[in-house]
Design a protein around this ligand. Structure first.
Ligand code: ATP
Ligand code: MG
Length: 492
């Protein structure tokens, strides 16, 4: 275990860390902070939820000249929600030093951002499209930048974002420090990244698995049309504290959240077509627990740190194995446990092996639960609640009525009636879900014993390499149009 004191961090930042309750550095922090303080370029790859934000944030803040009124560091993140979250964490890290951090992202009034920029932030955290807008309007100047961070670097350098990133980097000084962080770093992306960097040190925290060992991983073989009933049964049995259900498209997310509400779950959806105000309010409600199921496209797959997420359900298998790693990484964070369940339709079965090859871990097969099992699950949840209520020992007011009832009926009958009343019977209200096309079957396209590498390159040449559909990262036209381009990190 490494103490922050031993990493060469300033007393002002140490004060912030103390206030945040950080006692020891996580492995990725211990390895990268000293290098970063020496201004080395870095590629940092470490599992989800292991503190990469503070790994780049602590040295970034520490190197700020507080008395200078220019922008000195810039962090680029793929989604608006992540930009907000990272800026909040940097604000906390910079609290001791009184560093000024500003988030600028699409969907927020640009004039408001221009006014905020007049307060001379030291660090900007933003999404690529909006940062470029400000550069073009000359409302931000990057000539005094000493550090550029690409959070979720592989996502930032995939085909959808690369042009924006190149444009931003070209406006920063040559001698800048460039830091790239992500839980995944496919080799082609890493090679591309190194072009932007000077002798980058690659720090990979040595662990066997790409995913977090504390996340239990299951898959269920299901027919497309039975997915929804199975999802609700799982929710009834597993009774997550907070759950995220990932769907492939925006339409899917809308339909799923509506269907969940019809069956009595408190669910809301988040995707790139919603207004920014709506996106932030859904996320806030989820964090506060006033909704307990968040239905999301991959817009919520990366970086979001929401404590209390105990379960992730991949209602649709993700479009690339990296996305699987990030989606399930919304649970099992900062040493907590989590459960991830992935639905696989018969035609998509070959993708399972690809995901497992990427994560270097086998998923356990789970049988889809039956209605009776769902009922049992709900009953168990009620029993637990009753036991909790007994523990809280606040029952005096009810005891007289209980005694009267027990004079008329035997105890087992009374308790059974109470259980029946409290148990939510599995709801089978019919719902409408448009069927989602399965990912193209890998087997169908691979003639004879052709190995995957060949399949892959041919597929790419034909332009038949599936871009992500409809997840809309909310970067405005730029991102939308680039969505049609192929990604470099899809299933290989
Ligand atoms: N040294 C530390 N001690 C205690 N908690 C920490 C420490 N470092 C980070 N954390 C907390 O751990 C959680 C996860 O951190 P963070 O979001 O930076 O993970 P990440 O590695 O960026 O994950 P992802 O790959 O999903 O983006 C956060 O709530 C953060 O505040
Ligand atoms: Mg992160």
């Amino acid at each position: 275990m490494t103490k922050f004191e031993d990493l060469g961090i300033s007393p002002a930042t140490m004060r912030s860390l103390k206030r945040m309750g950080f006692e020891e550095a996580t492995p990725v922090q211990a390895e990268t902070i000293p290098l970063s303080l020496e201004n080395k370029d870095l590629i940092g790859q470490a599992q989800t939820g292991t503190g990469k934000t503070a790994a780049f944030g602590i040295p970034l803040i520490d190197k700020i000249d507080k008395d200078s009124n220019v922008i000195q560091g810039i962090v680029i993140a793929p989604t608006r929600e992540l930009a907000v979250q990272v800026s909040e964490e940097l604000y906390k890290i910079g609290y001791g030093k009184r560093a000024r951090v500003l988030a600028i992202y699409g969907g927020q009034d640009i004039n408001r951002q221009i006014r905020a920029l007049k307060n001379h932030p030291h660090i900007i955290v933003g999404t690529p499209g909006r940062i470029l807008d400000h550069i073009n309007r000359k409302t931000i100047r990057l000539e005094n930048i000493h550090t550029v961070v690409l959070d979720e670097a592989d996502e930032m350098l995939n085909m959808g974002f690369i042009e924006d990133i190149e444009a931003i980097l070209s406006k920063t000084p040559e001698e800048r420090q460039t830091l790239l962080f992500s839980a995944t770093m496919p080799a082609p992306i890493q090679r591309m990244a190194e072009k932007f960097m000077k002798n980058p040190q690659v720090v990979r925290v040595k662990t066997k698995e790409v995913t977090v060992p504390l996340i239990e991983q299951y898959y269920l073989e299901v027919q497309e049309k039975s997915k929804f009933d199975i999802l609700t049964r799982l929710l009834d049995i597993q009774t997550p504290e907070l759950a995220i259900v990932f769907g492939r498209t925006k339409r899917r997310v809308d339909e799923l959240s509506e269907a969940l509400n019809l069956r009595g779950y408190m669910a809301e959806g988040i995707h790139g077509d919603l207004s920014q105000a709506k996106r932030l309010s859904v996320l806030r409600k989820f964090k506060e627990g006033s909704i307990d199921v968040l239905v999301a496209t991959d817009v919520a797959a990366r970086g979001l740190d929401i404590s209390g997420v105990t379960h992730v359900y991949n209602f649709d298998i993700p479009q690339d194995p990296e996305s699987y790693v990030h989606r399930i990484g919304r649970t099992g964070r900062a040493g907590k446990e989590g459960v991830a369940m992935t639905f696989i339709t018969p035609r998509e079965k070959s993708y399972l092996a690809v995901v497992e090859r990427t994560t270097k871990r086998k998923m356990d097969k789970m049988k889809p639960p039956t209605l009776d099992e769902a009922l049992e699950g709900q009953q168990k949840a009620v029993l637990e609640k009753i036991l909790q209520s007994i523990d809280s020992n606040n029952l005096q007011f009810y005891k007289h009525a209980a005694e009267e009832l027990l004079e008329q009926q035997d105890a087992t009958t009374v308790v059974a009636a109470v259980l029946k009343m409290l148990t939510k019977e599995p709801d089978t209200t019919p719902v409408k879900l448009t069927e989602e096309k399965p990912l193209p079957s890998r087997r169908d396209k691979r003639p004879n014993n052709d190995r995957r590498g060949k399949f892959d390159s041919r597929d790419r040449k034909r332009g038949n390499y599936k871009p992500r559909q409809g997840q809309g990262q909310g970067q405005g036209g730029r991102r939308q149009s680039s969505n049609n381009k192929s990604r470099t990190n899809s299933y290989k």
